[in-house]
Design a protein around this ligand. Structure first.
Ligand code: E4P
Length: 221
């Protein structure tokens, strides 16, 4: 059970890493476009310096050759870079070459059901990313997609680990772990939301008030 941060924003990654609960990072072209402009290579190196685990970087090429070229570039940045390949016919061919012949770890992304995940795992993917929010948007059962993928891993003895992405709420994170995701990747904003509980704040305030009052009475040193 691991939590990754889904962000290409260095400050967010730093803040999340300081909490000690993050063991990896996922980026995508949309997240990169939303972050500070600048070299992706430098950003990924800075992110790698903040966390101990893998950082996923997604290809934008659509041809197999293009994906392989981009993957070679990203993988050369650092051994902890995982190349994200979107699910497609071309994508599967690239996954197979990268994992089998080039010793590059691949995260197959943008997946909406367990059939896609099964193919990605057969092609050799190290990570399979199911997009929970987007699956739910379509009226489909995201928990079932995770649970089915977990069963496929068992039956097929695949090495892949399930990443649940596209989080829309703290409840999505909770449910994804319970459904069997090995990893949940979540935007930074959900971390304070997971920490905060009004009753926790109330309890801390109550304890502090009792302590202060006792001190004022001279009953505590
Ligand atoms: C996961 O790796 C993706 O970056 C991400 O979770 C996509 O989620 P979205 O539906 O918020 O775009």
């Amino acid at each position: 059970m691991e939590l990754f941060i889904d962000s290409a924003d260095l400050e967010e990654v730093r803040q999340a890493a300081a909490l000690g609960v993050i063991s990896g990072c996922t980026t995508n072209p949309k997240l990169a476009a939303a972050a500070e402009p600048g070299s992706m290579r430098r950003r990924v190196r800075e992110i790698l310096a903040c966390i101990d685990g893998p950082v996923s970087v997604e290809v934008v090429a659509e041809s197999v050759e293009g994906m392989l070229a981009e993957a070679a570039e990203y993988a050369a940045w650092d051994p902890r870079v995982v190349v994200k390949i979107p699910m497609s016919m071309e994508g599967l061919r690239a996954v197979h070459v990268l994992e089998r012949d080039r010793d590059v770890r691949v995260n197959v992304t943008c997946m909406m059901n367990s059939s896609q995940a099964a193919l990605a795992m057969m092609a050799g993917a190290s990570y399979v990313s199911l997009f929970i929010g987007r699956i739910t948007d379509l009226g489909n059962d995201a928990d079932a997609a995770i649970a089915e993928t977990a069963r496929f891993i068992e039956h097929g003895r695949f090495k892949a680990r399930i990443i649940a992405g596209s989080m829309r709420s703290v409840g999505d994170i909770q449910r994804s772990f319970l459904a069997g995701a090995h990893i949940v990747t979540a935007p930074y904003r959900f971390l304070p939301a997971m920490v905060h509980h009004p009753r926790t704040v109330e309890t801390i305030d109550e304890f502090k008030a009792a302590w202060d009052e006792a001190r004022q009475r001279g009953g505590l040193e």
